[in-house]
Design a protein around this ligand. Sequence first.
Ligand code: FES
Length: 92
Amino acid sequence: MTATRLGHPRPEPSFTIMVNGRPVEAWPGESIAAVLLAAGRRVFRQTAGHAPRGFFCGMGICFDCLITLNGVPNVRSCVTPAAPDCVVEAPE
Ligand code: FES
């Protein structure tokens, strides 16, 4: 049986990325933002005034999807492919 992601068949095997210390399922070809959204996460960062920000433009323009990836801050999750070695930090 072929696994599905958001109703689309995914014949490739999945892998996990770590998000705030917890494993989250990801599939080859997905952006980190897609993985986070599919896991139910809507807040990716907070402004200096602690206002929540999340996925908005989806093409690397708005800066609302910034995360910390493998210790590097301010990475645009919408244009960064998920990989098995990804360690993501984002507000809870
Ligand atoms: S959602 Fe706008 S830069 Fe990623």
